[in-house]
Design a protein around this ligand. Sequence first.
Ligand code: ATP
Length: 359
Amino acid sequence: MASIHIDGLTKVYPGDVTAIDGLDLTVADGSFFALLGPSGCGKTTLLRTIAGLEEATGGSIHIGEREVTRLSPGDRNVAMVFQDYALFPHMSVTDNIAYPLRIKKVGRSERAAKAVETGEGLGLSALMDRRPGELSGGQQQRVALARAMACQPDVFLLDEPLSNLDARLRLEARTFLKRLQRDLAVTTVFVTHDQSEALAMADQIAVMEAGRIRQLGTPSEIFRRPANTFVANFIGSTPMNMLRGELRGGKLHVGDREPVDAVAAGWAGADTRDGAVTVAFRPEYARVDEPGSLSFEGEVETSENLGASVLITARTHDDHRVQAVVPEGSEPEAGEAVRVTPVPGRVLVYDEDGELLAS
Ligand code: ATP
């Protein structure tokens, strides 16, 4: 087991494409760490550079006390599970799991014993003689994990580990993977572009944009207090309400409504610099027809069923659109007049550069 320390890491691909741009990161020993971000932000490059499959252009990577920046993948004691699992189609499950041990020149009987033991731990005992083509997506994923685990690596690197599974299996596999990671307590970094996956599984999440980390935090920190409007827009299953406004003398001015005391409006902040701001709150942290000093009166345009709750979109008299998630059964009808009010303490205020004003 080991932590990962990354200092000033840069990766420039031929053609002058900067995929990783002076990135610093520490992944704590034994933690389950997600790299999250939009397509092209450099997640896979970062994972592959930790694995040694891409050579760093600058900076350093340590695993535990050991600097591994220039070591070959085989010398880093990391195991990577690829998106497509990369199993050998002509080999049985046993041989697939034992393959890395064969490369390490472990003896035949010890290899087989280790494969059986690891397969058992992952519920594969009845499938050990099958070939990958005779397995479901979820079973193939377990074989790929077993193959990675058999070597007892210091670090697991998982590239979109659940993307090949159908929606239902993916939910089961999430729970399974989280339990497995907790039981093994091996430092694990996984790449995903699916924020719900990162929020559900990870201990820590790094949200990336253009080769840099825009926020690092626990799932609840990232969800509740996005550090900038990029993260605020990226995270959440429904888009954050964002309204242009101004902060002046501790009062928030939004649209044509009366200026309201920022703290009374539900902002937990204390930074009262004057200037243009974005006032933001999640639809999940909005209430309908409850009093509050900052509220948005308007008419319901649409309501979308989310299962146990309903997302309503209201158009305000001063032409803003605000959304609120309300329990199913209590939703107002389209055309009905409503007042949407953010929950106290859940209003976020961003400055002109999109950075969260400190509380
Ligand atoms: P996705 O979610 O789409 O897989 P990602 O966040 O994993 O994206 P990367 O695959 O790491 O992003 O790519 C980061 C940047 O580097 C992108 O601009 C991509 O086009 C570029 N890139 C990736 N691989 C190469 C390569 N082999 N040669 C040149 N540019 C590359």
